[in-house]
Design a protein. Structure first.
Length: 62
């Protein structure tokens, strides 16, 4: 059971990272550290909700 929970948490965190990747890529070299952190903090709620967006995407196709 612990392995299953750990796997779910790892998949969730990887998904958050994938959702934040465009923001990180766009701001990594050009923005100041405070602007970078602010943009990550601004996009974090949207990135954390990636399972809901994935579910809605799957349901709308079928």
């Amino acid at each position: 059971m612990r392995l299953f929970v750990a796997l779910v948490v790892i998949i969730y965190l990887v998904g958050v990272g994938v959702a934040l990747a465009p923001t990180i890529e766009a701001k990594w070299r050009t923005a100041t550290a405070s602007d970078f952190a602010a943009s990550i903090a601004q996009d974090l709620p949207r990135a954390a909700a990636w399972p809901a967006r994935a579910y809605h995407s799957i349901v709308q196709r079928g």
